[in-house]
Design a protein around this ligand. Structure first.
Ligand code: AMP
Length: 280
């Protein structure tokens, strides 16, 4: 695996790689890698002739300074995992390389209502920061395929919207959420939980399954019961939502197909998100 810090070196490295099918897969991450991230790299290797991963903790997408400060860093292990999985290139830029003109946001991405609901509502400015960094990374790497995790469901939709705004024809491949044995979605932030908290945190997934098992009940009642289950497990709940899977508009009545349940909640100051597709 080649590790590059400078954007200017990426194109030459991709050209030199002897890419046989001309497809360039890209897996953007913020590091502290786990098997969920690695599953995206594996998928990219199945589809594309060359796989580029990036590790960059993007300051502009953190709406909470403490969250940024406490974001876990495990770079040596990350490099080992990527190398072992057969990733071809790791792009490891510093902040100046991504933001040569500073981190002030000077471009506004028109994400429509996606920006004012769920994660957009609870993390103001977050998706503008995501778009800023992803746009820059796409311009540097020019991937044909972008591999993203379903765990960040709304982010997948935002990035699809960004690609449309950029008139990019990169394809988005959404990969399933990998989970711990107890059902807890793998997340870099789980590193901030001890074993007991991780056990409790599995309540998020159990609650999503509870919603799935009760499909057909009145969404308002179901969401309230789900919220109580989380609170019983020491969570502070931002939202439990049932929405149309295609556009994330919330539903008041049960629709027979294509819904998604989404949860964001904090345990011990660590904010976790997860979701499950319903009525498939
Ligand atoms: P992050 O490093 O958290 O920004 O995540 C980088 C990419 O990995 C995003 O596309 C995430 O959706 C994806 N990802 C994070 N957790 C998981 C997981 N448990 N399973 C699959 N993909 C994941």
């Amino acid at each position: 695996m080649i590790i590059l810090k400078y954007a200017a070196d990426i194109a030459a490295a991709i050209n030199r790689s002897g890419n046989d099918n001309q497809l360039i897969g890209f897996v953007p991450t913020m590091g502290a890698l786990h098997e969920g991230h690695i599953s995206l790299v594996k998928k990219s290797r199945q589809v594309c002739g060359i796989t580029v991963a990036s590790i960059f903790i993007n300051p502009t997408q953190f709406n909470n300074a403490e969250d940024l400060e406490k974001y876990p860093v495990t770079i040596e292990k990350d490099i080992y995992l990527l190398e072992r999985t057969g990733c071809d290139i790791l792009f490891l830029p510093d902040v100046r390389e991504i933001y040569p003109n500073g981190t002030e946001i000077n471009e506004h991405f028109d994400l429509g209502y996606l920006e004012s609901i769920l994660e957009g509502k609870y993390r103001p400015g977050h998706f503008q920061g995501v778009c800023q960094v992803v746009k820059r990374l796409l311009q540097i790497i020019k991937p044909t395929h972008l591999f993203l995790g379903q765990k960040d469901y709304q982010q997948c939709m935002v990035i699809k919207k960004l690609l449309a705004l950029m008139h990019s024809d990169s394809k988005v491949v959404i990969c399933p959420t990998l989970r711990e044995e107890n059902g807890l979605a793998m997340s870099s932030r789980n590193l901030r939980l001890n074993a007991m908290q991780k056990d409790r945190a599995a309540a998020i997934y159990r609650t999503l399954l509870f919603i799935q098992q009760n499909e057909g009940a009145i969404p308002g009642v179901l969401k309230e019961d789900a919220g109580k289950k989380l609170e019983e497990n020491d969570f502070i709940v931002d939202y439990v939502e049932i929405a149309n899977a295609a556009d994330l508009r919330t539903v008041e009545e049960w629709e027979s197909r294509g819904l998604v349940a989404l949860i964001a909640a904090s345990i011990n100051g660590v904010r976790l998100i997860d979701n499950i597709l319903l009525s498939e």
